[in-house]
Design a protein. Structure first.
Length: 533
């Protein structure tokens, strides 16, 4: 009752201007395009109180002002005072200190839109405010390309009849083997089988297909997404006999003709081709707005493949004369990493490591780590005098440096270790051992970390953003043999710490040591912390 009295009293005293301020604060945090407040379509500038119209160009500038006025952090459950222009951390109690000193007892949570009362020491729940917060959050997720509109399952008459006739339900336990199923090799198709195992054990992809989210607009006999949906049903049906993926192989041959035939193919090449076809076939589901109409920007894809696998790679080219920086951001589905022993210049191997080549195969006793490979991938590279680039500041061709960093991390990060080297002089497989961790922190390789190092705020960024960039290993694809003749297998994680080796039709239990001691060709990592709509 006390909460309702305070909420009612303060809401009456705040008036329309404060309600607009709440919408404005939520927009600043969410980068939503316009005000939904029904009192005004304008917003008050927090710096001088003047009324301004919001533009798309101004939204990022406004968002940057959402930092704690005490410690400068932009996370730590940031709250804004509803009586004055003050932002403070809830976790570090900076907003509490402000409320106590100024007797400003109401603040809004900028992440979820909840109103906190410092007298009651609890959140006040108001239907209208909840609706405003949900709408602004939905817009923010839509702009960022995450989250999908939730639709409840309404079973058809046929489905209800099947449920009545099949009352028995399988209970999934920690030792359950549902989802483990071998695949028949149809003639040098181990490259396909190992990728299928990795995809069918990708958690969000599994949840998508098992919840019947794909609404096909194509003819189902030519849609690869429909076939993948059927494949997930087969994998998680509880059957233990090996599955024969002949339809999947036929559709891949149809849509990716360079993979057609019974010759041994590259598993990495198949992964990229499969994601590309799935992406193209999914686009019909996602180029419509919430009302079912065609979206105004059909080039912006929000399909399940892009949501899970697409990241953003930032390339910064710096002029060596004027130090001007030209930045481009390109999407990626995987990250290809050079290894020691390749013709690409690399740092020296670990002590005692030497290499040699026998019969076109590279036999290296040295080793490196996945972190070393990523560090090399993101280090500045001098382009040299033979690769001068026209500088926009100097208006002439100048030498420059180039550095790659991660602007946006995908939910699933796939690392491709470049073990196969093809050149005019040689063809070989690089067998250097690369140690990779069960848990991976990508924070040091982020573009934001580079900017923080330049501004002297790197340690604070590490402390705040660490959890957002942490990954867990869930699948490993390996290649045994030579460049001309070999065989692909995979390790997949079932439940938290249970690993299995998938060798076509044969599934055997594996230890974590077996996984980490393997050579590694494709490494699949899944984000540990996600936000859901």
């Amino acid at each position: 009752i006390r909460q309702m009295e305070i909420a009612e009293s303060d809401s009456q005293s705040m008036g329309e201007g404060h309600w607009c301020k709440i919408c404005h604060l939520l927009r600043m945090q969410s980068l939503a395009p316009r005000c939904i407040c029904h009192w005004s379509h304008q917003q008050s500038d927090p710096l001088d109180g003047s009324t301004v119209f919001v533009t798309e160009e101004g939204q990022p500038v406004k968002a940057k002002s959402c930092i704690c006025h005490i410690c400068g952090a932009h996370l730590n459950r940031l709250h804004s005072c509803l009586y004055c222009v003050f932002f403070g951390c809830f976790t570090k109690k900076h907003i509490h200190e402000h409320a106590k000193n100024k007797r400003h007892n109401l603040a809004v949570d900028l992440l979820y839109g909840g109103i906190y009362c410092f007298v009651c020491q609890d959140y006040i729940y108001d239907k209208e405010m909840e609706q405003i917060a949900k709408e602004e959050q939905r817009k923010a997720w839509k702009l960022q390309g995450i989250g999908e509109k939730y639709t409840t399952w309404e079973p058809t008459k046929r489905e209800l009849e099947l449920l009545r006739h099949n009352p028995k339900r399988r209970k999934i336990t920690t030792n359950c083997t549902i989802g483990l199923r071998g695949l028949i090799n149809l003639g040098n198709t181990c490259f396909m089988n190992c990728i299928v195992q990795a995809l069918t054990h990708t958690p969000l992809l599994r949840d998508f297909f098992l919840s019947d989210r794909h609404k096909c607009e194509m003819q189902s006999n030519s849609c690869l997404v429909c076939e993948m949906s059927q494949l997930f049903q087969e994998f998680y049906s509880g059957h233990r006999s090996p599955h024969i993926p002949f339809r999947l192989l036929h559709l891949v041959w149809t849509h990716a003709k360079h993979l057609a035939g019974y010759e041994q193919q590259d598993a990495h090449e198949f992964l990229i081709a499969a994601l590309d076809v799935l992406h193209r076939h999914c686009k019909g589901d996602t180029t419509r707005d919430d009302n079912g109409k065609k979206a105004s920007n059909p080039n912006h894809c929000n399909c399940i493949i892009d949501q899970i696998f697409t990241g953003g790679l930032q390339s910064d080219v710096t002029c060596q004369v004027c130090h001007g920086v030209s930045t481009t951001i390109d999407p990626f589905w995987d990250i290809s990493l050079d290894l020691p022993g390749s013709s690409t210049p690399f740092w020296p191997l670990s002590p005692g490591g030497d290499g040699g080549t026998v019969n076109g195969e590279s036999h290296l006793s040295g080793s490196t780590t996945l972190t070393d490979c990523l560090r090399r991938f993101t280090r500045p590279e001098h382009l040299g005098s033979s690769a001068k680039i026209k500088c926009g500041g100097c208006h002439s061709y100048q030498e420059s440096t180039k550095q790659l960093t991660m602007k946006k991390l995908p939910i699933v990060a796939c690392f491709h270790l470049k073990r196969f080297e093809h050149s005019a002089k040689l063809r070989r497989k690089i067998t250097t051992y690369v140690s990779f961790p069960l848990e991976l922190d990508m924070t040091p390789f982020m573009a934001s970390s580079k900017e923080s190092r330049m501004n002297g705020q790197y340690q604070q960024t590490l402390d705040v953003l660490n959890n957002d960039n942490k990954y867990a290993l869930f699948a490993v694809v390996n290649h045994q043999g030579t460049l001309e003749s070999g065989h692909y297998t995979s390790f997949i994680r079932q439940h938290k710490d249970q690993w299995f080796k998938c060798d076509d039709a044969i599934i055997t239990k594996a230890s974590i040591k077996d996984v980490l001691d393997s050579e590694g060709y494709l490494l699949f990592y899944h984000k540990q912390f996600l936000e859901y709509e």
